[in-house]
Design a protein around this ligand. Sequence first.
Ligand code: FAD
Ligand code: SF4
Length: 524
Amino acid sequence: IRQLVLVLGDQLDGRASAFDGFDPARDGIWMAEVREESTHVASSRIRIALFLSAMRHHARLLRERGWPLHYVRLDDPANTGSLAGELARAIRLLRPGRLVMTAPGDWRVLRALRRAAAEAGLALELRDDRHFFCTVREFAEHARGRRTLRMENFYRQMRRQHRVLMEGEEGTPGYGPAGGRWNFDADNRQPFGAEGPGIVPEPARFEPDAITQEVLALVAREFERHPGELDGFAWPVTREQALLALERFVDERLPGFGPWQDAIWPGQPWLWHAHLSAAMNLKLIEPREVVARVERAWQEGRVPLPSAEGFIRQVLGWREYVRGVYWTSMPGLVESNALDARAPLPGFYWTGDTPVACLSDAILQTLRLGYAHHIQRLMITGLFALLLGVRPREVHEWYLAIYVDAVEWVELPNTAGMSQYADGGVMTSKPYIASGKYIERMSGGQYCAQCRYRPGVSQGPEACPFTTLYWDFLLRHRERFAKHQRIGAQVRNLSRLSGQQAEAIRAQAAALRDALEKAGGYTP
Ligand code: FAD
Ligand code: SF4
């Protein structure tokens, strides 16, 4: 073999840069299902099934093209269980002249493969991942010389550079963002009214075919003790399915996405979101085609501009931004802990067994579906861990394990940076802190109506744990944030508390931490 093209489980695109110049007569392809990728964190069974099924569908496609593929199955008795081990075995067997791949998304995987290539004395050529609008080098250029990074600056640069939602000609007076504004947050981000979300369209579902069924049986057998329910698995596992899911989203949900992207409602997991993150992260569809499709829907007058912009901001803005942050902050990001948080992750994150109504709903849904939308992740499960002061690494390992779309380059900056402020404010301008009143407002009061606690109460038996911990957070970090531009005002509100009230809040928060630690619970 002249060269072996390495394809990872989140690189499922036959048009990827790794295949430039591919010659099926002389080259080969390597793919491997390995246990380690599902056990280095206790991966949800839904996530494992999605990866394996999508990999097997991709393998079928490559074989149909007549491309020589060396594919190792998880239950192959010779399987060493790790990417490095399997690559070493393939090198011995196939004797390639060199290795080629599209740059992996994860730092850990890159390091392991580099090492395996070096041990075999082979060159490993890494090619840019064309799935992203911005290369890692371009982002590093953008970040150079900036002490802090801001998504908004980066996003505007991306809009200009890729001419997305722009009007007029550059250099002429009419040139600028569509509709004259970069940001429609004032129209977007509303809670539902008392009547709730109304009738939400059914999400696109893809019934398991024979390949997926075989994978589901394998995962049930091999990962019996892992979290996540396999019944009802219906995620897109091929490019065709992902494209259908995109069409369904644009037709049925996109108009509602803008106004309600931050709203929450008990028992409503899907709402107006796209559910496309996993398909994009596995490279079944390209962000470019997703963004172009949404922009076209606006141009055709099918969706309002605030919804199109609100959505494009997430994909062209946040998604690209967090990838840049990841590659410019690794490997330090994974160990970062700017707020010196030391509590263990409560056991109920793995079971949903808690009387806290909003947490229980978000966690049970996550375990059942492998999915929660952004505000559930940021302002329920993430917020609770931040306020409680959980070690960021443990929070990171939970998020990486539990969601179908979890891959480290996107999960880690969101968790350590955005949600836990572990990077000390490199990625976001403020810690996302709030009391139970925020959850009450964004869920139209629905969660709190079902809960044994009261969102406005910070002490005593009825105190909402979010509210107690919110004030405790401000008390604990008073000095650090007193002069902070964006949350200084929240800190100054502490002056409304008497010394006695502050002490009572501290004591209640300490008791809560203690009780949760003693309860222990499931640890994977
Ligand atoms: P929608 O709400 O419909 O958004 C559309 C798309 O925008 C998403 O598909 C996604 O590709 C992109 N997007 C939106 N917000 C972000 C963001 N903050 N960062 C990157 N892309 C974004 N996303 C992942 O893909 N994988 C993860 O492992 C992941 N972990 C997260 C952990 C935490 C603590 C938080 C707060 C967020 C995390 N996110 C992650 C970002 C976001 O929550 C998910 O992308 C989104 O909920 C996926 O659902 P959706 O496709 O319905 O998204
Ligand atoms: Fe969540 Fe507090 Fe509301 Fe209960 S009262 S649902 S804990 S925000």
